[in-house]
Design a protein around this ligand. Structure first.
Ligand code: ADP
Length: 538
């Protein structure tokens, strides 16, 4: 396959070919002939309409010699018939004005009505210069007075052919331009149709935050009319504030690492529709932000499914808790020798069974906490409190566990004890999880310490240990539900992978933040920031 030129180049090349067609064969370069050979052009036809045979034959001979195809007619009627039968074949007409029957002028009138672009050179006698002028007024292109020399004929014909050449070239370019415009229009409407038919919502903004493209799905999902979106500035469209903020941030961000942001949005007064919005900046080759594209997906059904699953888990966990707690109680009774003596082997087996039962109860507790968080029932009773009393209570409860592992657990009296507005039980949950993890993941003889301070409007609590640490790769995932780091050191440690995700949910519900710093084998520090009570009552 020939790799052809494209676009403008192709147009130019084709225009060149047209020009070549209009040159007599003898004048073409070998290159041009080769080019034309791929797509043989129509020969150039010149029609001579003259009643004098000597004129017809003479003109025909001169012009054919130059490589042009010459047709002849000995009267006007015949000439017009040829033109009508093959209007596209005739390029130039040599027309004698003085003919018997239909006069040259009449023929000229008819030619103009057939095709006003046909080039007519009128052949006039000495005495008919006025007629030549009249013929020119009627639209003839040129005239040649009789008698003429072969060169005079060639000059006048070439001039006409040059003009014809330009006419054809202009026509060709006009058609190409029209075709390109048609192609662009088709392409545009194709894209518009595709975007309009998409199930996902699309919102495209320019660099100033004006919405330049959207589709019916976006309007439906965002609960605004499509027409109120297009052509308006983001802030005028009554969009979800979180979404507007994300789009504006993506437009403002100069950081080339800022690629895209995914967020979940609750739309509608009671948040009955859930959307996942994926916003990405659009950048030029030079890295300049040109706009942003947001794709919206309705995930309400997934949320509903998730809720049903959570409710099912909560129900199962709830139903399991009572019988397993009863089993643990019975095991305690037997281990306390209330039901009689035990051999050493029996005791060992029962202690193991009790540990496994305790693990199960912890899992059930975590699952119930998680369902409560997901149902928005975990953080319900916020009150002014200080973290010192909470942490102290948890540290006291954990002390036995720490001593069993010969771990030095410390909570020095803090110099600052900021007041926060929080749910007491949830706060206990946070520090129970963090301190018990610190003890669990620190080998015997290690150290765990907790500190409390105040920092820029936040209460800041640190839980540090000298334990096994967390690999860099695992750090981003430890707050995910059910995520547990699998190493030789953690294999023997019982856990559900739910603790930190519960902690994070509680911190989020209090508008705080949690972060972790860790080094494999070098200990871990969790930092919890919780906003201080804005109007302290004490
Ligand atoms: P788990 O029930 O497994 O402890 P968590 O959600 O509480 O679940 O913790 C998730 C994972 O994070 C744990 O499996 C553990 O690998 C890692 N991790 C948590 N706290 C620490 C810590 N103090 N030191 C080392 N690893 C930790």
């Amino acid at each position: 396959m020939r790799s052809g030129p494209s676009g403008l180049e192709d147009m130019k090349l084709r225009a060149c070919r047209r020009i070549s067609y209009l040159l007599p064969q003898a004048k073409r370069s070998s290159n041009e002939v080769l080019l034309i050979g791929e797509d043989m052009p129509d020969p150039i036809n010149i029609l001579v309409v003259d009643d004098e045979q000597i004129m017809r034959d003479g003109s025909s001979r001169i012009l054919s010699k130059d490589g042009w195809e010459v047709l002849t007619a000995d009267n006007g009627q015949q000439g017009l018939e040829i033109i009508r039968n093959q209007p596209d074949q005739i390029d130039v007409i040599l027309l004698d004005l003085m003919m018997p029957g239909m006069s040259g002028m009449e023929v000229l009138d008819h030619i103009r009505s057939i095709d006003p672009n046909l080039l007519v050179i009128v052949i006039t006698g000495y005495a008919t210069v006025e007629s030549a002028v009249e013929a020119m007024k009627k639209g003839a292109y040129d005239f040649i007075p009789k008698p003429f020399t072969p060169d005079q004929l060639r000059i006048v014909v070439r001039r006409a052919l040059d003009k014809r050449n330009l006419q054809k070239e202009a026509e060709f370019l006009r058609r190409e331009r029209e075709k390109s415009l048609r192609d662009i229009a088709t392409e545009k409407s194709k894209i518009k149709t595709i975007i309009n038919c998409m199930g996902d919502g699309v919102l495209v903004c320019d660099r100033d935050g004006y919405i330049v493209l959207t589709n019916p799905a976006a309007g439906r999902m965002l609960k605004v009319s499509e027409t109120s979106l297009i052509g308006n500035f983001l802030s005028q469209c009554n969009l979800d504030p979180e979404l507007s903020m994300t789009i504006e941030e993506s437009l403002k961000s100069k950081d080339l690492n800022y690629t895209s942001v995914s967020q979940e949005l609750g739309i509608g007064e009671s948040g009955e529709t859930f959307l996942r919005a994926h916003t990405a900046p659009v950048r030029s080759d030079l890295g300049e932000t040109m706009g942003s594209v947001t794709v919206l997906q309705d995930i309400s059904h997934l949320k509903e499914l998730d809720k049903m699953k959570s409710e099912f888990i909560a129900m199962v966990a709830h139903e399991l808790r009572a019988p397993i707690a009863a089993v643990e109680q019975q095991l305690n009774v037997i281990l306390n020798r209330v039901a009689g003596d035990l051999t050493e082997k029996q005791e060992k087996l029962l202690v193991r069974a009790k540990e496994r039962t305790k693990g199960l109860l912890n899992l059930i507790k975590d699952l119930l906490d998680l369902s409560k968080i997901e149902a928005g029932r975990m953080v319900q009773y916020k009150e002014p409190l200080t973290l010192q009393e909470i942490i102290q209570k948890v540290v006291d409860l954990m002390r036995v566990e720490a001593e069993n592992k010969k771990i030095d657990l410390q909570f020095p009296i803090p110099s600052q004890n900021p007041l926060i507005h929080a749910d007491r039980t949830s706060m206990e949950g946070i520090f129970t999880n963090l301190i018990s993890n610190a003890i669990k993941y620190t080998p015997e003889g290690g150290k765990v310490w907790v500190s409390l301070s105040e920092e820029r409007g936040f209460a800041k609590a640190l839980v540090s240990d000298t334990g096994i640490g967390i690999k860099k790769d695992d750090l981003p995932r430890i707050f995910d539900k059910f995520y547990r780091v699998r190493t030789i050191e953690t294999r023997q440690i019982v856990g559900t992978g739910l603790g930190l995700s519960i902690v994070k949910s509680i911190v989020d519900a209090h508008l705080g933040s949690i972060s972790v710093e860790s080094e494999e084998g070098g200990g871990t520090t969790f930092t919890v920031l919780l906003p201080k009570e804005s109007n302290p009552t004490s």
